[in-house]
Structures are given as C-alpha cells and as structure tokens.
Design a protein around this ligand. Sequence first.
Ligand code: 2DT
Ligand code: MG
Length: 212
Amino acid sequence: RSGNGDSRGALVVLEGLDRCGKSTQSGRLLTYLKGLGHSTELWRFPDRTTSVGQMISSYLSSQSQLDDHTVHLLFSANRWEKRSLMERKLKSGTTLIVDRYSYSGVAFSSAKGLDIDWCKAPEIGLLAPDMVVYLNIPPEKAAERGGYGDERYEKLEFQRKVSHSYQVLHDASWKMIDACQPIEDIEKQLQEMVSDCVRICQKGKPLSFLWS
Ligand code: 2DT
Ligand code: MG
C-alpha cells in the first residue's frame, strides 16, 4: 500500500505536556497502522541523534547553558535538518507519527516569556501536519504519574505555563483527547481519528506548509 501513484503517507503529530502519554500512544498507534499494512514510522522531536540534537540534549539535562532564543532556534534547526527526509518519506507513501513538533517548540519557548510570533517564525515552511492530536491532561494530574524525570522543563510550575501556551496556540483543527482516560480508550479514539486521516492522504490530499 505504499509508493503507488499519488498516494502519500500522513503526517500525524502528537502533542501534550510531559507525562501525558504521548510516547505510549504513539508506540501503540505505530503497531496498529503497521498491522493494517500501512508503511509507518515513529519519529520524535527533539531528534537527539544528530549533532544539533546532541546540543539540545545536553541543554535539557543541564550539562550546558544556552540563551532561550538560541535553544529555540536549535529546536527549529533540528526539524529543518529532517525536513527533506520527511517529505521524501511522505511522498513515497510512508505515514509518519511524530511525537512533538513545532507546537512544542512554540509552547515551551513562549512559556519562558518569548514572543509567540517570534517563536513561530523559524517554523514557517516546514511541512504542516495532516492532523494534530493533543493529549489533554491537567498539569497536576500529569505530575502525579510516577513523577517527572530530572530534565530542565519537568517541573509542575513550568508545565502549568506550557499548558497555558498550548491553550493559546491550538486551533479548531486540533483533535483533543482526554488523556486522563484509560490507555485502551485513548488508543481506540486515536485509531479512529488517524484511520480517517490516512485515508484522505492516500486519496491525494496535497502536502501543506506551516503555518496553515
Ligand atoms: P521529550 O521529553 O519529548 O524528549 O522533549 N521541546 C521540544 C521544546 O522546548 N521545543 C521543541 O521544539 C521540542 C520538540 C519539550 C524534551 C523537552 O523538549 C521540549 C520537552
Ligand atoms: Mg520529557
């Protein structure tokens, strides 16, 4: 089912606070789509395997200090360095499930006080997702889930600000899922949403670009 004619893969982005269940759900969604015979890959940003990604990773683990604007641009550069591969994969019929994307970039940096339009600017021209799913959880509930790790942003106080930024950033096209539900319920809802999206992309929906 891949690589035929105009049929392309879907770009599906999962967003949400730390500990909202993105990684669990994106893994399950990958298994589901592969099981249906769709060529599918799971990506995540930041992609810590590149040299830019290693700078980001060292910043997040507080092994290095960077100006807020600088690290914002590194996160964006980390998406730009994957852009052409992303386009090739989608055009060859592979669906990409992406755990965090430009919305995390804007939500986390604007939560630090950076101007939202300044934050959005370097994302212009990246591929726009065909679907954004927001796993919605109150920051307090997320914090109760087995605790955060000890990376830079994993603090309740900051996650409250990020939650607010996501509320400012989201639009009517985002699919909202109540992330406090049982894992299997979330999984089912996600499967339904994504199946529709994959079908529409297979039928030749054109790729679009941020911010749209
Ligand atoms: P993970 O916990 O998902 O590895 O993310 N972040 C992420 C940003 O500040 N800007 C971005 O552009 C992206 C993609 C969210 C590590 C942290 O990095 C934040 C949490
Ligand atoms: Mg994290």
